[in-house]
Design a binder for this molecule. Structure first.
Ligand code: BF8
Length: 654
């Protein structure tokens, strides 16, 4: 008799450290609802794919090599393990870069229509940033109208996507020595369309089969993400919707309200969310919600557009990627509107179980089984009003008992680059000088970006939180974006009071300025704020000539997406030591691994690192920061953090 294979039931506390998510996972089990945690537990990751030891780019294969004996055989065409891995890695970077550029281009399309007066539903909110950005990339601003400057800015930034030859516009923001390294290795990007096209072309059967050459296109493609499409997305969104400044926000499922119509927006492009804000605040909609018996309409975000709007407008945030299914299990979500990226198909079935309308809005991202209400930015409220009406109707006819986990973390978010400048220097002396000084004198050991996803193959939020705690304890200031920022917000580390968890030096700086030791910058495209912060640190002086000289490091400890790989590679190519957790798509003991984990640093860039363990990740990052401090000759300063004024004068004179 064949025994029926039973599904593995893992203890819920091993899935997540987020108590709200745990509570909803327990309810999901009672309700017979499956989530990505259950599926991950019952689907072993393909071991060949996990090592990137297979190639399926032609039909003489697919070919699989043996990761335990990587040079023991080659593919049918003769491709060796290094070619195969480099191709796979390149395609991941191309896809991630395409996503961010697609997003950035959508923002730029909207900007053009607003400037040309073809779209009156959105306006330019930050003209100061518009002019500053235009000036930075060489556009004349003196005695010119905002419209004329904006149109020139549009035409210039369009080149980020379409430029066939020459360097992308934001290459002008790259510190000269970093740019010199890129030029030396021929990796300064042209337009994104060209770079992504070439990346895909070079990974076709019979094309580029030298991993040392493929890596050049991998870096160039990644750089047109970080310094290209993602940067355009951040800057144009700030100009259109406002540049964030610190705001106190509530984060976690406790932001849902049983007696209100709850609407969640999940995705990445802020234009949908901005329109939804207008719809939920319209008197007619509020009246209609009240007629249905609700006290009001409660709007919350999830994932990246949530992180962006939280930073910009203080809109509450209900959770990160791994909570997108569990939040529906509350029964309290009266509609979930999604746009693009990180929208799991499983949401359709979970939403059906709780009679929650799951509404796709973007023609680039439909889900089989979901309701589609197309978002047209020339008439945005037609879509968002319809979603609100559907939510009110669901509230009126709620069929299921509601269970909302009473968990809320309160923190301060919205640390745009512009605000960090002001916060540290004040309006009198707005600059990065105080940050650099505090790094040089050793109160702040270095800066770490901790970013990226959650992944059901590791305990949700655990690696993020433990890693960040370890870093701040060792005086490393942490900047954050995306789902990682939400993990730390839920854990209470984005509040100024969390300074008590920091080492003495960092704590002193945080308490003086009144800032948290963990600064939330926004969504994943807002990782470009970290690139700009690095450039400012170089420009301000005292910490070397290139980004590679800075005592900084980056981490995506629970990543799951190809976008994260693209982000990791653009940080590495920009000069940052970048560590990933979970797993790394590479075969150990190969030349390609050696190139990523060591060789790129020898070429003047950063390098990759990997560990699934948060403490090991922290150790690696701190060791790297200390290595850079030593190279800068500022390692001794940390030994006398408690300085007197003569010490300070010595350092300033140095
Ligand atoms: O772009 S952090 S799970 S939501 S991919 Fe996705 Fe990862 Fe979250 Fe945003 Ni970024």
């Amino acid at each position: 008799m064949v025994e029926k294979k039973t599904k593995k039931e893992i203890e819920i506390k091993d899935f997540s450290t987020c108590e709200a998510t745990q509570q909803m996972l327990a309810k999901a089990r009672r309700d017979g609802v499956e989530t990505h945690f259950d599926r991950a537990a019952n689907m072993k990751a393909c071991p060949i794919g996990a090592d990137s030891a297979c190639c399926k780019h032609c039909f003489m294969g697919p070919c699989r090599l043996n990761a335990r004996d990587p040079y023991g055989k080659v593919g049918v065409c003769g491709a060796n393990i290094d070619t195969i891995q480099a191709r796979n890695f390149g395609r991941m970077v191309a896809t991630g870069t395409a996503c961010h550029n697609d997003h950035g281009m959508a923002m730029l399309d909207l900007f053009r229509d607003v400037v040309q007066g073809k779209n009156k539903d959105y306006q330019i909110k930050d003209t100061i940033k518009l002019e500053a950005l235009a000036k930075e990339i060489g556009i004349e601003t003196e005695d010119r109208s905002v419209k004329d400057i904006a149109m020139d800015l549009y035409h210039e930034l369009e080149k980020t996507y379409t430029q066939v030859e020459g360097e992308i516009p934001f290459a002008k923001r790259v510190p000269p020595k970093t740019l010199e390294t890129w030029r030396k290795h021929n990796i300064v990007p042209r337009g994104a369309m060209r770079e992504i096209m070439e990346m895909l072309s070079r990974t076709h059967i019979g094309m580029d089969q030298d991993y040392t050459n493929i890596i050049q296109q991998i870096s160039r493609t990644a750089l047109v993400d970080g310094w290209g499409g993602s940067m355009v997305a951040t800057e144009i969104s700030d100009i259109l919707f406002g540049t964030p400044s610190p705001v106190s926000v509530e984060v976690n499922m406790g932001v849902l309200k049983e007696d209100q119509v709850n609407i969640i927006v999940h995705g990445h492009e802020p234009n949908l969310f901005e329109s939804m804000l207008a719809s939920v605040n319209s008197p007619a909609m509020i009246e209609s919600a009240k007629e249905a018996g609700a006290k009001g309409i409660n709007l919350a975000g999830m994932c990246c557009s949530g992180a962006e709007v939280m930073s910009r407008h203080g809109v509450p945030h209900a959770g990160n990627f791994s909570s997108t299914e569990p939040v529906i299990v509350t029964g309290a979500v009266d509609a979930m509107a999604v746009d693009v990226q990180c929208i799991q198909q499983a949401l359709v079935d979970v939403a059906k179980c709780y009679d929650t309308p799951l509404i796709t809005t973007n023609p680039r991202c439909k889900l089989d089984g979901a309701t589609h209400v197309e978002f047209d930015e020339h008439n945005p409220m037609a879509c968002t009003d319809e979603i609100v009406i559907k939510a009110i109707s669901r509230f009126k006819n709620r069929k299921f008992p509601v269970e909302i986990p009473q968990k809320v973390g309160v923190g301060v978010h919205g640390f745009s680059n512009e605000y960090i400048n002001y916060m540290l220097g004040g309006s009198f002396r707005a600059s990065y000088t105080p940050l650099n000084e505090n790094i040089i004198n050793g109160r702040i050991r270095g800066v770490a970006g901790v970013v990226g996803c959650t992944n059901p193959r590791v305990r949700q939020d655990y690696v993020h939180v433990e890693l960040v705690k370890e870093l701040i304890k060792n005086d490393v200031l942490v900047v954050q974006t995306g789902c990682s920022q939400i993990a730390l917000a839920k854990a209470g580390l984005t509040s100024p009071e969390a300074a008590v968890l920091a080492g003495d030096g960092l704590r002193e700086v945080c308490e003086t300025v009144g800032m948290p030791p963990v600064l939330g910058l926004g969504s994943c495209v807002d990782n470009t704020r970290i690139l700009i912060a690095c450039s400012e640190m170089v420009r301000t002086g005292g910490l070397g000539d290139s980004i590679a000289d800075l005592p900084v490091a980056g981490a995506a400890p629970e990543y799951m997406s190809e976008k994260a790989i693209a982000i990791g590679q653009y940080f590495v190519a920009s000069g940052v030591f970048t560590v990933f957790g979970v797993t790394f798509p590479i075969t150990k003991g190969t030349k390609f691994e050696e190139l990523l984990f060591k060789g790129l640093e020898e070429q003047g860039m950063g390098k990759w690192g990997f560990s699934p363990d948060p403490y090991e990740l922290a150790r690696m990052m701190i060791a790297h920061i200390d290595k850079k401090r030593q190279a800068l000759g500022i390692d001794k300063a940390r030994e006398r953090v408690l300085m007197d004024m003569s010490d300070r004068r010595d350092i300033e004179a140095a």
